[in-house]
Ligand binder design. Sequence first.
Ligand code: F7E
Length: 326
Amino acid sequence: MKCAFITGIEGQDGSYLAELLLGKGYEVHGTYRPSTNGAAINLKPLKSDSQIFKKTLFLYPADLDDADSMRAPMEQSAPDEVYHLASQSHVGQSFEKVEETCRITGMGTLRLLELTRKLSKQPHFFHASSSEIFGSPEQSPQTENAPVLPVTPYGCAKAFGTQLTRIYRETFGMFAVNGILFNHESPRRGENFVTRKICRAVAAIKAGRQTELALGDTSAQRDWGNARDYVRGMWLALQHGEPEDFVFATGKLHRVQDIVELAFKAVGLDWQQYVRQEKQFFRPADPRHVVGNAAKAKTLLGWQPEITFEQTIAEMVSVELKALGA
Ligand code: F7E
């Protein structure tokens, strides 16, 4: 039985990845932020399954800021594969919490690389890198070789972790891989990311519990995929014969405005009556022209996205409506 170690297992990606690996017969060990007390909703189905929880799924509170808290679970589990997904991942908040973002997202990755390097059995290591490392690139779409020129504190912290992952691969000989992940969404997305924020608000407006939706720049564009496709990519990247970096993206750009229109249309409401833009949600800098070219992942891993942007938004709205009983 293969053993995997996942940081940030309670998050959107961590929970989908845990399900994928358990389904493949892995033993899965994962860490969660001590402040959540292990109560996050995404793992509830797995934790309530007595055939799984504490049999093939093991959870530990651990803080990326504190290498000692990570060391014991990593050593005990002796993983074959490490998936490093935990971070301070909100780009907007990274402008308010610059130091914290660099500590958790940047230095946290260094701590984990170093702990992994010192394990007696060397696992394959996956770092969840981000399209934010490219900033606002001059050339689109971006491949693995696009210049690393971040424009946000989060992008900068991810760039640090990405380059270190390359150094641990090339200098220390570790099987260390960056998955350069473009935006990816699902009903498990955190509530303050724009897709979930819109879908939640649309359901609440439909149910008569909210009257308006305040957003930042609705002309902002992103390459939005589906989280389930991207965690499959993570796993494939670690099964590949050579450690290499891979872009995971759809290659298609959409505007925030497109999400607004799709989501309101799904519930039969006119968005113009509810949506306004508010200064507090605009960012001091916001990447432009970020769209990925995942040709390498397609050729070498046989990976391609299967769930469309439209399907993802439709599913997210429908889950929010159900949650409200609407
Ligand atoms: O913003 C605009 C905002 O916060 C998307 C993370 O997973 O992907 C994600 O980062 C766009 C931006 O995601 C609101 O300005 C407008 O242009 O959903 P988001 P993100 O910043 O792209 C990358 C690849 C990561 O690695 C990150 O960890 O939407 N926008 N109005 C808004 N965004 C938010 N959150 N809230 C608004 O009201």
